[in-house]
Design a protein around this ligand. Structure first.
Ligand code: FES
Length: 156
């Protein structure tokens, strides 16, 4: 057996084990993640560390009140990858108001469920999205203050 065959066998065995615990949707969104990475000109950034100690970051780019792009990073479990992937897809082209009402239960349903011990990963993802939206709205509400802060920073 060559190294490629061995790797494939190993991957198949890992997938078989995963299928006993996770839905096909979770496996698909974990192994083929969507929207991973960062946005250089993000309008809002949320970064939250959950009770498990893992940190998720979500960035959003907003145009005319709609989320045109979102990206996530996580240093957490495989489920947090599935959560970030699915959530960033769910908010695609949504208004800020529509994105704000998405709950961790909605995310859980979209993933076709999770074992009880991983449900908190959905809460962390949604909390992170809320933090990104809060960051975006804070910038909208206080453009003058932010400009003053920036000028202050620039003057050292
Ligand atoms: Fe920490 Fe899933 S995000 S265990």
């Amino acid at each position: 057996m060559d190294i490629d065959e061995l790797a494939e066998k190993l991957e198949n065995s890992v997938l078989e084990d995963a299928r006993e615990v996770f839905s096909e949707t979770v496996i698909e969104y974990t192994y083929n993640p969507r929207n991973v990475g960062e946005i250089s000109d993000a309008d809002g950034v949320g970064r939250v560390t959950g009770t498990c100690g893992d940190t998720v970051q979500i960035q959003i780019r907003v145009e005319n009140g709609r989320i045109r792009e979102s990206r996530f990073l996580t240093d957490g479990c495989g489920t947090s990858i599935a959560c970030g992937s699915m959530l960033t897809e769910m908010i695609g082209d949504k208004t800020i108001e529509e994105a704000l009402v998405i709950t961790s239960d909605d995310l859980l349903r979209s993933l076709d469920g999770l074992p009880e011990e991983y449900v908190h990963c959905t809460v962390l993802a949604v909390d992170t999205l809320h933090a990104a939206i809060n960051d975006y709205t804070r910038i909208l509400e206080q453009p003058d203050k932010l400009m003053r802060d920036k000028q202050g920073d620039d003057q050292g």
